[in-house]
Design a protein around this ligand. Structure first.
Ligand SMILES: [Zn+2]
Length: 379
């Protein structure tokens, strides 16, 4: 059976220059939409046309469009990581944290709230909607319509499957890795789409440090909070000494380092006289995706620190010059190069206040609190 054509937002309804696009899902899609790994829930069942394509207009069929958009982004994220795991001969099959057989439930319209989360116990991704500023005269913002938010939450679900021990880790940087992996997932998934790469090159004119939609995470949500560069800006210069122990703040240090490494590699790898820059960006994206995933898989099963993962990345990276980029960027961020063992690492209660709904969900907080208690008792 052939796959399905779908229509989705490229970023979200506010990022106008790139709008809507048609995409192709090469794996079978059933009514719902659903497949063996994911299932849209809490919405009327969406049916394809006679060619098994799901082509809806966001104005005329907003509910069908939301279901198809959300399904497609979750599908694109999982397909990207499955390809990386297969290319590197890590795993042929991917199972969610709860094992084979049960697809993840995806709720595009889970209720009224300025929130979205992955829940392990509910085996679900839930996306909520809200009036910005609680002002009912302002139109609702649907978090499911954001490519970045949908990809970010799916990233949490995927990391929980690959590294389940992070869920009950007490180290704030391990929480930071979870949050950062969400944002990096949005970035990597964009780079896994050729037309997104073209749009990024055109908008940035090939300079990944220029201010475009690319490093801006969750534009519409950010706009609702009055921010111009999205909810978070991946192209930041934060060092460890610039941030508190709040997990969301810490996460930006890792995201920023990976973003800068990506930009450094792109800068030296591109040869616009010989290759289209969009093609080069696509390749660098695949390389960075695999590098981060392999480093996480080879690092500690729980309480992984940025230093652990940075060292793995240096070890895995085959190109000497690029190894140096990794070392330089993590040194600049105070992750590498500092006096080792100066700060005693001990279990502590963590501050998830500014994180997305996944890490501050009672589900997760309860599990980490128990891990902190257990770690403290051991001493
Ligand atoms: Zn998150």
């Amino acid at each position: 059976m052939l796959g399905s054509k779908v229509k989705i937002w490229k970023q979200d309804p506010t990022v106008e220059p790139i709008g809507i696009r048609t995409a192709y899902i090469h794996t079978p899609v059933e009514n719902g939409p659903k497949d063996a790994e994911m299932e849209i829930k809490g919405m009327p069942v969406t049916l394809p046309n006679a060619d098994n394509d799901f082509l809806f207009d966001p104005g005329e069929n907003p509910s069908e469009f939301d279901s198809v958009h959300t399904f497609t982004v979750v599908r694109q994220v999982l397909t990207m990581y499955q390809r990386a795991l297969r290319r590197n001969e890590i795993a042929d099959d991917f199972n969610w944290q709860w094992g084979a057989g049960t697809p993840i439930g995806v709720f595009p319209r889970a209720g009224m709230d300025a929130n979205a989360f992955y829940s392990r116990s509910e085996k679900a991704l839930r996306f909520f909607y809200f009036h910005p500023g609680d002002d009912e005269s302002v139109p609702l913002v649907y978090t499911c319509r954001s490519f970045d938010i949908t990809a970010h939450e799916t990233g949490h679900a995927i990391l929980d499957a690959l590294r389940p021990g992070y869920w009950t880790s007490w180290h704030p940087q391990t929480g930071g890795l979870h949050e950062s992996f969400g944002d990096l997932t949005a970035i990597f998934t964009m780079l896994a789409q050729l037309d997104q790469c073209e749009a990024i090159i055109a908008e940035s004119k090939g300079d990944l440090h220029s201010k475009t939609f690319f490093p801006a995470v969750a534009e519409q949500f950010g706009q609702a909070l009055g921010r111009t560069m999205g909810l978070r800006n991946a192209d930041n210069d934060l060092k460890l000494s610039d941030v508190s122990n709040e997990v969301h703040e810490i996460s930006q240090v890792f995201t920023g380092a990976v973003y800068d490494i990506l930009a450094d590699i792109f800068e030296v790898y591109q040869k616009p006289d010989e290759y289209d820059q969009a093609e080069t960006l696509f390749r660098v994206g695949k390389h960075m995706t695999a590098l981060v995933v392999l480093a996480l898989l080879q690092g500690p099963e729980r309480n992984a620190t940025y230093q652990d993962i940075a060292q793995q990345m240096i070890q895995i990276e085959p190109v000497d010059e690029w190894k140096q980029f990794i070392e330089n960027q993590f040194t600049k961020r105070e992750v590498l190069g500092g006096p080792a063992g100066l700060v005693a690492e001990k279990a502590q209660s963590l501050d998830w206040d500014k994180c997305c709904g996944t890490l501050k969900h009672p589900d997760h907080v309860k599990d980490t609190d128990a891990a902190v208690k257990k770690a403290l008792k051991k001493k």
